[in-house]
Design a protein around this ligand. Sequence first.
Ligand code: SAH
Length: 393
Amino acid sequence: MERVKIILKSGKDQAVRRYHPWIFSGAIKKIYGTPAEGDLVDVYDNKDAFLATGHYQPGSIAVRILSFEKIEPDLDFFRKRIGDAVKYRQSLGLFDNPDTNVFRIVHAEGDDLPGLIIDFYNGVAVMQMHSVGMYRLRKEFAEILRELAGDKLIAVYDKSEGTIPFMSGIKGTNEFLYGDSGPVTVTENGFKFKIDWTTGQKTGFFIDQRENRKLLCNSTNGRNVLNMFGYTGAFSVYAMKNAALVHTVDSSVSAIEMADENIRLNYGDDKRHQSFTADAFEFLNDIKDRYDLIILDPPAFAKHNNVLANALQGYKRLNMKAIEQIKPGGIIFTFSCSQVVTKENFRKSVFAASANTGRRVKILHQLSQPPDHPVNIYHPESEYLKGLVIYVE
Ligand code: SAH
């Protein structure tokens, strides 16, 4: 079938020639034909030279590029790409690690599969499609996963109800495409977590913080730990290994229930842990110097560039409250998972927060996402998780 041809405006081919995998609608000069959302389209420069093939989607990101070569992105193409993603995780030792059976198998642009996320929860693969092009192929992807993972795979769940672009005419689904399973217990660095992908945020768990939680474990010895925006209590579970006490705060009742359950799963009824359903900003108004280790892992404050300034203010305010009050010699693990907030901008917010308090602050570590969430070097936006570990004298 002849594919719809999209011509870019003069100069707008630059980013594509540097392998950036998105075509913004503003870069398009002309579309020959009327592609349906999710259709394959070919992209050309304004001198009619072929640039790329990808999935079309009405909206700001008009094309998500699959290939910069003129090829047919058929099932063999996807089998190869997903196979490469699996091989890469195998090379990281993730498929045979007795201490960790929760990881990401496909990280969208990071694995040259824009619009597709696949996470693995101890035998259950949870897929999230962010484009209609990928969504149309969901059943085929489930089949490919079965071929690749063999008897390691119990079930494949599609959780795309909330992730298909909102301008789309198609409504995503939440359903099993293969097998069936209730919530599972996973192991991460030897700690246990109950995962319910049907109710949880994202695909059920914030897998991207695995390495950062491990680092935290080494810093908590004898400390009084405050885990803000705790969600499943994952940071708290790690902290509990060595801390004197751990307090988990989240504004959501169901998150706090999950955190309590995960603490019980690892430590039984341990009085060192306490949880609080509260707004983080209010809770931080008056913590005095009760804590000497604080984790700040808020939800993305900015989903779009137009609210960037507000988001940066939010990070500054939040960090200021923690830096102001933490006990001398305290450590703060502070994060931003907003894709539009760069590493530099986040660091500037923490700098401004520090300067406002006048305290002496050192950066101990600069953190990012683990290698199963790879950053595509041509797509800086895929480096969305940024963290700083700071020491406050
Ligand atoms: N640190 C977690 C992930 C945090 S996700 C982990 O490692 O898994 C962000 C969490 O912040 C969600 O659970 C959400 O309920 C909570 N949240 C959002 N706004 C909040 C607020 N104003 N105060 C407290 N918690 C909030």
